[in-house]
Structure formats: structure tokens, C-alpha cells
Design a protein around this ligand. Structure first.
Ligand SMILES: [Zn+2]
Length: 87
């Protein structure tokens, strides 16, 4: 299991990282192109607009994992409020 540690507003957030799978890219006019993503955590098919992937990312409808534009999905597995300087 590959894990990634991030800090968000003083909260330590441990993520599991997996690659997501593109199920098909659909090119649409006016920036409305989208892709279907297979969630590597729960197997759901999620429709994601390219602009939303490139921005803050797209959340899985099934398990709340976060899909990023570079092909990785992140799922929170642990949160703790310990501050950085207490580590
Ligand atoms: Zn999912």
C-alpha cells in the first residue's frame, strides 16, 4: 500500500494512493469534455469533467476518494489533529 502524508490547516491527513483507470474520454465543445474513471478503491464508475479534474479534483460518488488530473486517486485513511511541531 502506498501512502501519502499531507497537512491541511494543521491537520495531519494520511492518504492511500492508487492509480485510477480511464474508461473513455469524450471530447465535447466549450470545455465540457469529460472522462469516465474507474475508482481503484470501490470500483465505481465516475463521470468527471476535465476542468474539474484539472482544478480541485473530482470526488468519487461511492467512497469519497479524490481523483487528481495526473492519474492518481487519494483516499483518506487517517486524520489526526496533532500539530506539525509536535511530531
Ligand atoms: Zn470510490
Amino acid at each position: 500500500m502506498k501512502t501519502v502524508l499531507l497537512w491541511r490547516k494543521g491537520v495531519r491527513v494520511l492518504h492511500e494512493q492508487k492509480e485510477w483507470y480511464g474508461l473513455g474520454y469524450h471530447s465535447m465543445p466549450n470545455g465540457r469534455s469529460y472522462i469516465y474513471i474507474r475508482c481503484p478503491f470501490c470500483g465505481a464508475e465516475v463521470k468527471a469533467y476535465i476542468w474539474s479534474l484539472a482544478g480541485s479534483g473530482k470526488k468519487c460518488d461511492g467512497c469519497n476518494a479524490q481523483f487528481a488530473s495526473f492519474g492518481m486517486a487519494f483516499k483518506v485513511i487517517e486524520k489526526s489533529k496533532r500539530k506539525k511541531n509536535e511530531m
